[in-house]
Design a protein around this ligand. Structure first.
Ligand code: SF4
Length: 385
């Protein structure tokens, strides 16, 4: 990961996919669609001399438009979609297989790869929901293409991620449509994004913020917190509680899973069903947790695992500051954004409601299973990014 950028003689260069994006932008027949992951907004401005308050996602959208990108959307939208699918999966599992082994989140490809390599016995317990980035790509080349009247084969789908493992994830053959067209064509790290902004002579300080595009730019606080440890769990519980009870819990009712402890646990009542949850970040903590589950020392229904300490805000594709770890500070940016959002539960997102009404029907429908879920056994372990 990060150490290759510090090679003293520059003999090791980190992978750079920015040319592919510049080429797609230069092609008049191609529609370039970019999605920005939640954790990116907490870090993209750091190497450009912008404070957290200045480096908004709307200013980043202005930079991308200046570079010639056609549509700028927000992965937080599909984080909300992931929650609809994963929350429904959790409730189905708890109802159909009470007390059996837990369901693990699957939105972190670093964790999925670790699980497949070191704990094949747990692969059946990974949620089948694709990661928000992949779901976004699948929706872009189906629902969005249909709505906008664009041939999906002429869409070049780019994700900006805090992550190196995502570069391998987009190449997994199963992460594509029926004709083999990948959900996401290129995954860029935040460092590559910042290089593109500099190479394109874009000066963010001289630009005005622009709104993200419709229809995939609307998101809730639940989608934003995906980038911080505990965020996926908390977002899922907000929605699972509403589905199970028909009532809204306070948006902060599940905050016991926040914080920097490497292994957190809590128990909640979801409409009469007790649900025990755990959150681990950093693979060392995940390993300890799995061993405890395997030994029978711990029992959970739902477990969030993020490979990077602090979650994606501490991801290997974020800007690097020698000797400094900024995950906790960046995570606070996301929790603060969540507190300020008018909508803080994924199922309240009007565009999520629309995408189900107009396209998928309901969570776990046949179409949703086809486009938004994956079979973790169907692909071999990808090689390192
Ligand atoms: Fe990627 Fe790290 Fe986030 Fe996992 S936790 S998705 S490896 S940035």
């Amino acid at each position: 990961g990060q150490c290759i950028t510090h090679c003293p003689v520059g003999a090791l260069r980190e992978r750079d996919d920015t040319e592919r994006v510049f080429d797609a932008i230069a092609d008049p027949d191609t529609t370039v669609v970019v999605q920005i992951a939640p954790a990116v907004r907490a870090a993209w401005g750091e190497p450009l001399g912008l404070s957290h308050d200045e480096a908004t996602v709307e200013l980043l959208a202005a930079c991308l438009k200046q570079l010639g990108v056609d549509y700028v959307f927000d992965t937080s939208f599909s984080a909300d979609l992931t929650i609809m699918e994963e929350g429904s999966e959790l409730l189905r599992n708890v109802a159909e297989h009470p007390g059996e082994l837990p369901m693990f989140t699957s939105c972190c490809p670093g964790w999925v790869r670790y699980c497949k390599a070191h704990h094949p016995e747990m692969v059946d317990h990974l949620s089948t929901s694709k990661s928000p980035g992949q779901m976004f790509g699948a929706v872009t080349k189906s629902y969005f293409a249909e709505q906008a009247g664009i041939d999906p084969h002429k869409i070049f789908s780019v994700e900006i991620m805090p992550c190196l493992a995502k570069k391998s994830e987009v190449d997994i053959p199963a992460m594509s449509d029926a004709c083999g067209d990948p959900d996401v064509d290129v995954s860029l790290t935040v460092r590559e994004l910042d290089r593109m902004i500099k190479a394109g002579m874009v000066v963010p300080q001289q630009l005005e913020e622009v709104e993200l595009d419709d229809p995939l730019g609307t998101y809730t606080g639940a989608g934003v917190i995906f980038g911080a440890t505990g965020g996926v769990m908390e977002a899922a519980l907000r929605t699972a509680h509403a589905i199970a009870t028909g009532r809204e819990a306070d948006a902060d009712a599940f905050k016991d899973v926040r914080g920097q402890d490497g292994w957190k646990e809590a128990a909640f009542d979801l409409g009469g069903t007790p649900v025990r949850v755990a959150v681990a970040h950093g693979l060392g903590n995940a390993e300890k947790l799995i061993q405890a589950v395997n030994n029978g020392d711990a029992t959970y229904d739902f477990i969030e695992v993020m490979a990077c300490p602090g979650g994606c805000v501490g991801g290997g594709g974020q800007p690097i500051h020698d000797g400094e770890e900024r995950a906790e500070e960046r995570g606070e940016v996301l929790w603060e954004l969540d507190r300020e959002m008018p909508l803080r539960r994924s199922h309240e997102n009007p565009q999520i409601k629309a995408v189900y009404d107009e396209f998928f029907g309901e969570p776990l429908s046949e179409k949703a299973e086809e486009l938004l879920h994956t079979d973790h056994h169907a692909w071999k372990m990808p090689t390192e990014a």
